[in-house]
Write a protein that binds this ligand. Structure first.
Ligand code: NAD
Length: 509
């Protein structure tokens, strides 16, 4: 019996939905299986249709009361949530690691990200600034203000089961919105655990039920209802491009808003002037961190011909030293993939790579027996592939890194941009001209572009998101909050005249 499950009260059947406390659900039973050893670590009674309706109704019902709380006071609630997370950082990280197989330091980083996001949102709650513009009409004031939008639907992926929700939820809360969250069924125990921690705080503060809502459930009972739900003016969805396409169409059909955070296919360019050691370290973490299951995972390394061999040799040597195993144990660099299906998808991608003329340089094989008995562990793969291969244009959610040599910076940037996705990108160079070119409109076409820093591991202070098939959404820092609010442009006339804009004369004689 895992002591963390005991401490967080996760033994026994859990309810998968609620609006301030858990409700007795009527959906199917979900068995939560750890990818570490395929043991069942929890059971969740998921939301049925009526449970979803109750939860979404609660989110809509609580909106007016929550929006009426002054923004800095809403910020103070988020500050207290941040304190709770600080106090339970280790336990939450352990649940994330158990459920997703990510190594503990990364899982702790995920909880830290939630805490950082809370701090950011607290400050933001006093800075939801609108502009005042000079009016062209005498005695008039023209300004804009930002108002709460409504209940926000949040859909999250398995690989960041809590942080992505926190990016959305803390910002939505300080903006005056309530939140209805549908987590991935592959990582729903973390969601249940965090709600159990946070809900009592709302009660303690005398707030109504329905501000933070949860609905774990099947696509038919929860997912599809959420995206079609007219009570939710904004759907923020994180996951695959296929899911984003579906969500975008459903929400657009009712003229709702979306924030889409979809798949990436991120590349690092390594130029001849690069600090090779720095580049190898960044590519290593970018490619094998979270076992290659980050949206910002480095999937392609575009390396100048002159340094291609030494770079590949140094990276292969680093791959050989990786310790693969139980992510809860100290000293492990890479845990399992999320399930056996992900291992099969990786094998399938490697078979297609070979069919298309690519070549495996190192690793790629599944691991079996002993620690690896679950059949979810793999050796991360280094492969050589021409940039135009169909498999290289796809995001395979596993640790496969495609290496490809380049000759000129023009060619490197063309290779980098020649995929449908546009999330994160990086160049390692000490050549100022190359770096500036990469950061110009003639450079990377991604939402994130870094110089001498890898593709993976964004800070929360910047707006996070990508272009092209990555969906165009932005979350977390900078002014991403504006997507969660309703902008209103206001004109106030303190004169006794009624001048029309553009000088139009309209007088009835
Ligand atoms: P997924 O698309 O399988 O699922 C994501 C979420 O969408 C889950 O909660 C799922 O239940 C839900 N969903 C699927 N179809 C739906 C529908 N029709 N209606 C409503 N909800 C639906 O993705 P995954 O395997 O959980 O996560 C991996 C993917 O997520 C990768 O492509 C990765 O790049 C992407 N991702 C992107 C970001 C980002 O910020 N850009 C962050 C994390 C993960």
């Amino acid at each position: 019996m895992d002591p963390t499950l005991v401490r967080l009260g996760l033994l026994g059947e859990q309810e998968g939905a609620g609006s301030g406390s858990a409700r007795r659900c009527r959906g199917k039973l979900l068995e939560v299986v750890s990818p570490i050893d395929l043991q069942i670590i929890g059971r969740i009674r998921t939301a049925g249709v009526e449970d979803y309706e109750a939860v979404a109704g609660a989110a809509a019902g609580a909106f007016d009361a929550w929006a009426a709380v002054p923004a800095p006071k809403r910020g103070d609630i988020v500050r207290r949530i941040g304190d709770l997370l600080r106090a339970h950082k280790r336990e939450l990280a352990e649940i994330i690691a158990l459920e997703t197989g990510k190594i503990l330091p990364e899982a702790e980083g995920e909880v830290q990200e939630m805490i950082d996001m809370a701090d950011f949102a607290v400050g933001l709650s006093r800075m939801l600034y609108g502009k005042t513009m000079p009016s062209e009409r005498p005695g008039h004031r023209l300004y804009e203000q930002w108002l709460p939008l409504g209940p926000v639907g949040v859909i999250t992926a398995f690989n960041f089961p809590l942080a992505v929700w926190a990016w959305n939820a803390w910002i939505a809360l300080v903006c005056g919105n309530t939140v209805a969250w549908k987590p991935s069924s592959k990582a729903a125990l973390s969601a249940v655990a965090v709600m159990k921690l946070i809900w009592p705080l709302f009660k303690e503060c005398g707030l109504p039920e329905g501000v933070l809502n949860l609905a774990v459930g099947e696509r038919s009972a929860v997912g599809e209802r959420l995206i079609h739900d007219r009570r939710l003016p904004l759907i923020s969805a994180t996951g695959s491009v296929a899911m984003g396409r579906r969500v975008a169409q459903a929400v657009a059909a009712r003229l709702g808003r979306t924030i889409l955070e979809l798949g990436g296919n991120n590349a690092v360019i390594v130029a001849p002037s690069a600090d090779l050691d720095l580049a190898v370290r960044a590519v290593l973490f970018g490619a094998v961190g979270t076992a290659g299951q980050r949206c910002t995972t480095t999937r392609r390394a575009i390396v100048h011909r002159e340094i291609y061999r030494p770079f590949c040799d140094a990276l292969t040597a680093a791959y050989r030293r990786l310790r693969i195993g139980n992510p809860l144990e100290a000293g492990i660099d890479m845990g399992p993939l999320i399930d056996r299906g992900a291992v099969r998808a990786m094998q399938d991608a490697l078979a297609r790579l070979k069919d298309q003329g690519g070549r495996v340089l190192y690793g790629g094989e599944p691991l079996y027996g002993g620690t690896y008995a679950a059949g979810t562990y793999v050796v991360p793969c280094l492969a050589e592939a021409a940039p135009g291969l169909p498999i290289v244009r796809e995001e395979t959610f596993a640790p496969i890194l495609y290496l490809m040599p380049y000759g000129s910076i023009d060619e490197a940037i063309a290779f980098q941009n020649a995929v449908p996705q546009g999330l994160s990108s990086a160049i390692f160079t000490n050549d100022l001209r190359e770096a500036e070119r990469f950061l110009s409109h003639q450079g990377s076409d991604c939402g994130i572009a870094n110089v001498n820093s890898g593709t993976s591991g964004a800070e929360i202070g910047g707006a996070f998101g990508g272009e092209k098939e990555t969906g165009g959404g932005r979350e977390a820092g900078s002014d991403a909050w504006k997507a969660y609010m309703r902008r209103q442009t206001c004109t106030v006339n303190r004169s006794q005249e009624l001048p029309l804009s553009q000088g139009i004369e309209f007088a009835i004689t």
